[in-house]
Design a protein around this ligand. Structure first.
Ligand SMILES: [Zn+2]
Length: 70
């Protein structure tokens, strides 16, 4: 599945930021200072989750680690 930048429509490997559900590539994010906005938390601008190792799919279960409640 290809990822397209919502601003310029180009394909990209990974999004840099998200505006709502729209993925924005690193180039546009830099151009429009979206990283800064994401960092301060303006509107619905969010940093994209960092990818640890490219090409690694599958067992990504460590998101849910709040299970030791009594
Ligand atoms: Zn773009």
């Amino acid at each position: 599945m290809k990822l397209y930048c919502a601003m310029c429509g180009r394909t990209m490997f990974s999004a840099a930021v998200y505006i709502g559900n729209e993925a924005i590539g690193p180039t546009c994010a830099r151009k429009h200072k979206l990283m800064e906005l994401a960092r301060i938390g303006v509107g619905s601008v969010k940093m994209a989750p960092a990818r640890k190792k490219p090409g690694r799919n599958g067992d990504t279960l460590d998101m849910f680690e709040e299970l030791d409640q009594e």
